[in-house]
Design a protein around this ligand. Structure first.
Ligand SMILES: N[C@@H](CCC(=O)N[C@@H](CS)C(=O)NCC(=O)O)C(=O)O
Length: 215
């Protein structure tokens, strides 16, 4: 077996929502890569993270000796590198909306992030503020609108899997963890995403980390 020329440095699978995004893109498309880890819940690893990452956070992709960082920077890099995989939708209008909702997730939803941090394999409780409820409603509308308008041809937001799905994957987990109920197309989308083999693989990794920490 040849060693993959890509290594993705990620944080804890249970906690690192930013790490999940490029990991899911690589895994879903079956691209060979090695995984390397830092622990976000171990204070000593702060120095490791600072020493091993250009911007002081994970994820970072190492490809042929060069670093690419930030979840969106990495996914864009992969989309360029593997043009034939169509990681963004082929249709120009769908692609524009996919980029818009991905950017919206990358730069927004602060209340949701703060009040419902990702715990991929655990059940948690939260009492969402008004701002958080607005975030949740907006995301549910994104799921419904994308499925309604662009969902022909597959079960994902834009039919076929795209980078947009990877960016919303942590929210699918948060909705589950915190018992946020969705209806109709949004509920179907969340169920489908949760049952994806790559999401379940990440889940098993997250579960193993939690069990190890408890042991
Ligand atoms: N905008 C960055 C955010 C990355 C980020 O915040 N990563 C967190 C883990 S999920 C991190 O590395 N934190 C470093 C630390 O806690 O010391 C991205 O999209 O990759």
């Amino acid at each position: 077996m040849t060693t993959p020329d890509m290594t993705l440095l990620i944080g804890n699978k249970n906690l690192s929502s930013w790490s999940l995004r490029p990991w899911l893109v690589l895994s879903h498309y079956g691209i060979a890569f090695a995984e390397d880890h830092v622990r976000l819940d171990v204070p000593d690893d702060r120095a490791t993270i600072a020493a091993r990452t250009p911007a002081g956070w994970v994820p970072v992709l190492w490809h042929k000796g060069d670093a690419v960082w930030d979840s969106l920077g990495i996914c864009e890099y992969l989309a360029d590198l593997y043009l034939e995989r169509h990681m963004w939708p082929e249709d120009a209008r769908a692609r524009a909306v996919a980029r818009s909702v991905t950017a919206e997730m990358h730069s927004g939803f602060a209340a949701l992030r703060n009040e419902m941090p990702m715990y991929f394999s655990e059940e948690k409780e939260a009492t969402p503020s008004e701002a958080c409820r607005v975030n949740i409603a907006r995301i549910q509308n994104i799921f419904k609108d994308c499925r309604d308008e662009f969902g022909d041809g597959g079960p994902f937001l834009f039919g076929a899997f795209s980078i947009a799905d990877a960016f919303y994957a942590p929210v699918v987990s948060r909705f589950r963890t915190y018992g946020v109920t969705c209806e109709g197309a949004a509920a179907d989308y969340c169920e489908m995403m949760w049952s994806l083999p790559s999401m379940q693989q990440w889940y098993r990794g997250a579960q193993a980390e939690v069990l190890e920490a408890e042991a």
